[in-house]
Design a protein around this ligand. Sequence first.
Ligand code: NAD
Length: 365
Amino acid sequence: MASNTLFLLPGDGIGTEIMAEVEKLIAHLNGSGATDFAYDKGLVGGCAYDAHGVAISEEDMGKALAADAVIFGAVGGPKWDDVPYDVRPEAGLLRLRKDLGLFANLRPAICYSALADASSLKKELVEGLDILIVRELTGGVYFGEPKEITDLGNGQKRAVDTQVYESYEIDRIARVAFDLAMTRGKKVHSADKKNVMKSGVLWDEVVKQAGRDYPEIDLHHILADNAAMQLVRNPKQFDVMVTDNLFGDILSDAAAMLTGSLGMLPSASLGAPDPATGKRKALYEPVHGSAPDIAGQGIANPIAMFASFAMALRYSFGMVDLAGKLETAISDVLEDGLRTGDIMQTGCRKVTTSEMGDAIIAKLG
Ligand code: NAD
């Protein structure tokens, strides 16, 4: 019996096209003896709604909970714009995040040197960039209660969102950031707004407290607005940045776009370690959506999906060398001048989704 299990959820639109490349990759890795993955596939998003009337079926939720890692493509598209709110495609992803307890969202921003010219920042600012934003994903203002709009009866309304964090939520995300930083540059910036928000005061207090258990980590506090400014002024000063759900949403998008196209950006979401096995529930997905404008044409960029798979190798299976090999293969193919349409540059060769997948797999040897 294979010891490592994956559950693939391709989803909608280009999700199915990029996941087909992942299946080729798994077949190659298993065939070469590098891995022994067993995998199953399910439906999520619009395709699950068409088949079952829900964004993910209970059976597939069960499989996601049982797997060592979930590999997710993308969901949504105009076909499902008018389905009821609670079964809309995104509800499948939200259910997975909630039921798997995925509180830590990891968004790397790595600038491949072959693409440094494509960044909106000057080449010297982004070339060699490798930063990791760790965003708290299940708490804060997106979930805090009360969350409501009240009619004040005088022609006015009042909207309330509640930013709320308990210390355990801050402590566990801080420790994820410290643990990851220990495998990288050992530097962590914690971003909050403690100058104007009580949740920021507690955030800073708990992060510093947790930091005492990591004496090797160079821990810095930064106000979230300054973090935004510094990310575009001098992004290479950062290694790992840990922040809450709201600031993380914004800062991770800003950091990610330093490196170019949406088609290049991976992500991972991790839960708490299982007390018995030490394994974390985990979901890996590209940052981009289902790209309905190019779906079905075989031209989507599979690199974000492959880079997400590399994160799975590293964080769910401890296959650090293999993850590095896959990332190097991606970088080498870009150096060779192969490009999907979204990252096309003068003098490069335009390839399809499948050709890009094949070229990366071929580099693995
Ligand atoms: P999108 O990320 O799907 O596309 C934005 C633009 O980037 C499009 O022009 C698209 O062609 C391009 N693009 C994205 N990924 C690409 C890739 N791998 N290769 C080449 N080009 C790529 O965002 P959108 O258009 O705002 O949303 C489309 C649908 O996706 C909507 O239904 C939205 O709700 C959904 N969505 C899903 C997720 C998710 O599944 N996690 C995330 C974002 C959006």
